[in-house]
Write a protein that binds this ligand. Structure first.
Ligand SMILES: N[C@@H](CCC(=O)N[C@@H](CS)C(=O)NCC(=O)O)C(=O)O
Length: 220
């Protein structure tokens, strides 16, 4: 049994979803971003940056989502979520796995601006505009990869790279309209229809970040 320290709707969803794809039983310990629970001395021993996810598994704690996803793929057998090390697709898999964090960093900055800075005077419309543009530019790589009609990031089919990316796209769609990214929108819908995605969502409960479907840039 794995134990996942998690905030519903955060990057810990990647790990939650992957564990469901793998059929690994998981107990979820819930946290919230604004109630101080991430700052508890006990959680600090599990995640030095006091962030989620943190996964207790195999007698250790891991606290970086991409590393956790790769570790799970490498240590669990009987799945097709990772191309073999000598496969031509392995480098693409690794790149997509980590490219999800290029998007994730931009989303995190936008979350800070739109959701967490408590006063309007603290927010920077300039930063919001730049980060939104940078996120849209980064999304173009995903759209381009899907142009050849493939259903997933790898031509061989669904993999853990889609797990890293799927959660990220769900968050990105709060800040960049996907009308200009039709392949990406259809890809995200395919991912969200997966049984394991839905089971993971049900296991962690409603996401805790967004109260709007879309966040426009401030006027001016
Ligand atoms: N690169 C890390 C980022 C972890 C991270 O920043 N998690 C966010 C939630 S998505 C968090 O815990 N934020 C709490 C905070 O910044 O105080 C990963 O992918 O695991």
């Amino acid at each position: 049994m794995a134990t996942l320290h998690s905030i519903a709707g955060s990057r810990s969803f990647r790990v939650n979803w992957l564990l469901h794809e793998l059929g690994v039983p998981v107990g979820i310990v819930p946290y919230a971003i604004t109630d101080g629970s991430l700052q508890s001395p006990e959680f600090k021993t599990k995640s030095p940056a006091r962030r989620v996810p943190a996964l207790e598994i195999d007698g250790r704690v891991l606290y970086e989502s991409g590393a956790i996803v790769q570790y799970l793929c490498e240590t669990r057998s009987g799945h097709t979520l990772m191309p073999a090390i000598d496969s031509a697709e392995r480098a693409d898999w690794l790149q997509w796995l980590h490219y999800a964090e290029t998007l994730g960093a931009g989303i995190q900055n936008l979350n800070m601006q739109h959701l967490f800075l408590p006063k309007d005077w603290m927010k920077s419309p300039t930063v919001m505009g730049i980060e939104t543009k940078r996120l849209a530019i980064a999304l173009k790589a995903v759209e381009a990869a899907l142009q050849d009609g493939r259903d997933h990031l790898l031509t061989s089919g669904f993999s853990a790279a889609d797990v890293m990316m799927g959660f990220t796209l769900e968050s990105a769609s709060r800040y960049v309209r996907f009308d200009g990214f039709p392949m990406t929108a259809a890809y995200l819908a395919r991912l969200k229809a997966r049984e394991a995605y839905q089971a993971a969502e049900a296991a962690e409960g409603p996401q805790q970040f967004y109260t709007q479907d879309f966040y426009d840039l401030p006027e001016g």
